[in-house]
Design a binder for this molecule. Structure first.
Ligand SMILES: [Fe+2]
Length: 318
């Protein structure tokens, strides 16, 4: 059975995978997540974007009653979706102004580049649709293929709307992030043309239920983005950070000291209580090196594996 076959047939209780099989699968999944992190390393303004798209996608898949494996694929696909942006030149990827038509044509190559980068990976079929087709639209005006709505796979629709919602509600150098109400209103206005009406309906319901707020402007569960006075809410605090740690704005290089602002005895929530205070220092090249948040990656991997029928997936690769 193919991996896609395993996705569609997964409705029964899962047999316990063997420890060795588990380890092999975890190594493969880790390599996928690390590929996703290349994009955050390239573009400082994506701080937390991949995590948020992954979380919105999982939430939507859960809301729609999809299978555990489909929920996991939506989450991993959310992390991976912009992988191909590593093949887009900095002058275009990081341009603060509107792109010219020629530049936009280059930007539009990223889904195809991403699909090519993934092609030889043993788990590529779990995320290929999210990576290659997240910019397709129900009215057929999307890219790279201009697929008609009915031909756009489920996971690509989910990741596409999650990506658009996060782009609208995130800060950019040239504009503030939109409010939830405004972004949901835009989804409603473009329902059926740019966005799939079914998934617009699910996003609106999640918004009404207050389930988007703990993801919007966050970079991890319970951890809000912090404000750089020069660049806006772009500072990523890691769960493992403590009061007194120094962090840097990946855009302007400004340094910040983290200060406990809440109950310091609340061990469970201590990372939520840190506020970034400007230190007046600039980070050196080493301070500003891109990093992969390994703790967040391994938590995401464990959560995904809990939802996946590992034995079936490994068998389908043999
Ligand atoms: Fe994209």
């Amino acid at each position: 059975m193919s991996i896609l076959g395993a996705i569609h047939s997964f409705r029964r209780p899962q047999p316990q995978p063997q420890p060795e099989q588990n380890k092999q699968f975890e190594a493969l999944l880790t390599s996928l997540f690390l590929m996703a992190w290349f994009v955050e390393a390239r573009d400082p303004y994506t701080g937390g974007h991949l995590w948020r798209v992954s979380r919105y996608s999982q939430l939507l898949a859960r809301k729609a009653g999809l299978t555990p494996l489909e929920i996991a694929c939506a989450g991993v696909g959310g992390f991976l979706h912009d992988l191909g942006k590593v093949g887009v030149p900095d002058a275009i990827l990081r341009k603060p102004d509107k792109l010219t038509d020629e530049e936009y044509a280059v930007m539009k190559t990223h889904p195809t580049i991403g699909a090519r980068m993934l092609a030889a990976h043993p788990l590529s079929s779990l995320v290929r649709n999210a990576v290659q087709l997240h910019h397709e639209r129900p009215d057929g005006a999307g890219y790279p293929f201009g697929l008609p709505g009915a031909d756009i796979p489920l996971i690509a629709r989910i990741v596409g709307i999650s990506d658009a919602y996060d782009a609208m509600t995130s800060f950019r150098p040239y504009r503030a992030g939109m409010s939830q109400d405004k972004a949901l209103q835009i989804l409603r206005e473009h329902s059926g043309t740019q966005f799939d009406p079914v998934w617009v309906g699910h996003m609106l319901a999640l918004g009404d239920a207050g389930e988007l707020q703990h993801i919007q402007n966050h970079s991890d569960d319970g951890i809000q983005l912090q404000e750089c006075p020069m660049c806006g809410p772009t500072l990523v605090v890691r769960r493992e950070n403590h009061s007194g740690d120094t962090i840097y704005c990946r855009n302007c290089g400004g340094g910040f000291t983290l200060k406990a602002s809440g109950d310091k005895h609340d061990e469970k929530n201590k990372s939520k209580q840190l506020t970034a205070i400007p230190s007046g220092n600039k980070g050196s090249a080493i301070d500003l090196e891109a990093f992969a948040d390994e703790a967040l990656i391994s938590r995401s991997i464990r959560q995904s594996m809990d939802l996946m029928p590992i034995e079936d997936l490994m068998r389908s690769m043999q």
